[in-house]
Ligand binder design. Structure first.
Ligand code: HEC
Length: 136
């Protein structure tokens, strides 16, 4: 059976390893913070107003009825996105007809552009590092 001295050494070693690893993770985390511009911030409010997140994901979070829209701005022409925002019933009976006014559409497009610039939704392109962190 381990003596008190051995237990103390073991606990100290484990605690030191834990603190070193935690410190290493915090130091090596990528710190990319960029404030979004006013138009994109307004677009985010439009996104929340119409509750797009109930059916769509951004950065992989949200509902699963519709596709992830993180990189939508890159993959679809803006005129097609606008068609979806005006009257999606020409494409699908599932997405509501929003008949969105032009200024809201412009703000939303700006938000989608900022999403595209700041993240990727395709998990297959992610790189898993040895320390367990993920790089996009
Ligand atoms: C009730 C669920 C629902 C809500 C709410 C909703 N959508 Fe959708 N949306 C869908 C579905 C389902 C599709 C897939 C249509 C298809 O391609 O068949 C879709 C497709 C789209 C597409 C085209 C995606 C592509 O490239 O195929 C865009 C852009 C889009 N939605 C934007 C929005 C925005 C912006 C909002 C909020 C203003 C919103 N949607 C709200 C269900 C929804």
């Amino acid at each position: 059976m381990a003596s008190d001295k051995h237990k103390f050494i073991l606990i100290t070693l484990l605690l030191t390893a834990f603190l070193c690893y935690t410190g290493y993770l915090y130091i090596s985390l990528p710190r990319k913070t960029s404030a979004i511009d006013e138009q994109s911030a307004a677009g985010k409010l439009v996104w929340q107003k119409y509750n797009c997140g109930a059916c769509h994901q951004v950065y992989g979070l949200g509902g699963y009825l519709g596709p992830d829209l993180t990189n939508e701005y890159r993959f679809r022409d803006t005129s097609v996105i606008k068609l979806f925002l005006k009257d999606a019933s020409i494409f699908t009976p599932v997405m509501p007809v929003f008949n969105m006014p032009e200024p809201e559409m412009e703000a939303l497009l700006s938000y989608l552009k900022s999403l595209d610039a700041s993240g990727k939704s395709d998990l297959r392109t992610f790189k898993v590092n040895q320390n367990g962190t993920i790089e996009q």
